[in-house]
Design a protein around this ligand. Structure first.
Ligand SMILES: Nc1ncnc2c1ncn2[C@@H]1O[C@H](COP(=O)(O)OP(=O)(O)OP(=O)(O)O)[C@@H](O)[C@H]1O
Length: 286
């Protein structure tokens, strides 16, 4: 898909697949194009080129959408809000208490939304997405405002919904929350997909996570030794396929100060920072 807003090219030929039975994570910096992709998928904006294809096994598939917490009208109760929505989308109102319970809002159903916390509004949005028993789910920043219990609950819910065969697409800046949820990670940068990989592949990668005092000297050592490194932050690195002992010895010999070092497997966070850094250098990795 490609999309411009006037002279701003928000999407420059974005293409990816969201498979059934998986949680796919869309990540990227502010302005990378995530919301534009999601709006285009939902038909809320027209794209200049490209299209969304759904592998419809049984006719048109239904998409559940999580609205931002600001969507709700404060003077309505949670129950009234979902009833109105159920009527609007043609879902049975018998789903309302089921979805409110699923979202942990059973006890707050008759309270006005204006008295809900941010996390409760977010839960109401998630309950709304489940109303129509959707085949697919699209969630834009669903973890915002949730407490630690809520984060775990939502992670488990998304995994369960995917395990039941749904395609789930989540956009989020909260990479730590995605680590235990995602099956696939798609990195957007400046309107392009710059990386797209199964999380299981990342977990296969073994290496050493390091925080060093001097990244320039570290890079010299890494280049001399032929290490494959991924940048995971300003002075944080992930060295692939090297043991902890080997890394510490080599850096100590070269006089590079180490602040932290630990053996580790690949994470979404490493993958993300590395993909964004490479795309800035013009080296688009997939
Ligand atoms: N209605 C609009 N009019 C003009 N430019 C827009 C509009 N909506 C988005 N843009 C621009 O398109 C680009 C992509 O924006 P988008 O909101 O899709 O990014 P995002 O990845 O969702 O960012 P964030 O993480 O901050 O939510 C940005 O440069 C943004 O300024």
């Amino acid at each position: 898909m490609s999309k411009s807003y006037g002279s701003v090219r928000a999407l420059k030929g974005v293409s990816f697949t969201v498979p059934d039975g998986e949680v796919s994570c869309l990540v990227g910096r502010n302005g990378a194009g995530k919301t534009t992709v999601i709006k285009a998928l939902l038909g809320l904006i027209a794209v200049d080129a490209g299209s969304l294809r759904m592998n419809a096994r049984e006719g048109a598939r239904r998409i559940g959408v999580v609205f931002g917490p600001e969507y709700w009208v404060g003077s309505r109760t949670g129950e009234q809000s979902l009833k109105a929505l159920a009527l609007a989308i043609g879902a049975s109102t018998s789903r309302v208490p089921v979805c409110l319970d699923e979202a942990g809002l059973g006890d707050a159903a008759r309270r006005r939304v204006r008295s809900y916390s941010l996390g409760m509004r977010q839960r109401l949005s998630i309950a709304a997405a489940l109303l129509g028993e959707p085949d697919n789910l699209i969630l834009d920043e669903p973890f915002v405002g949730l407490d630690p219990e809520g984060v775990r609950w939502l992670g488990d819910l998304l995994r369960d919904l995917a395990r039941e065969g749904r395609a789930v697409l989540v956009s989020s800046h909260l990479l730590a929350e995605l680590e235990s949820v995602g099956d696939r990670v798609i990195v957007l940068n400046d309107g392009r997909v710059v990386a797209d990989r199964p999380v299981a592949d990342l977990r296969q990668i073994q290496g050493v996570r390091l925080r060093v005092h001097d990244s320039e000297r570290f890079s010299d050592v890494a280049a001399r030794r032929g290490w494959q490194v991924e940048r995971a932050g300003r002075d944080s690195w992930f060295v692939i396929g090297v043991s902890l002992d080997e890394a510490i010895r080599a850096l100590a010999e070269a006089g590079v100060g180490i602040e932290e070092a630990a053996a580790s497997r690949g994470t979404i966070s490493d993958f993300y920072f590395d993909a964004v850094a490479r795309s800035r250098e013009g080296d688009v990795a997939r």
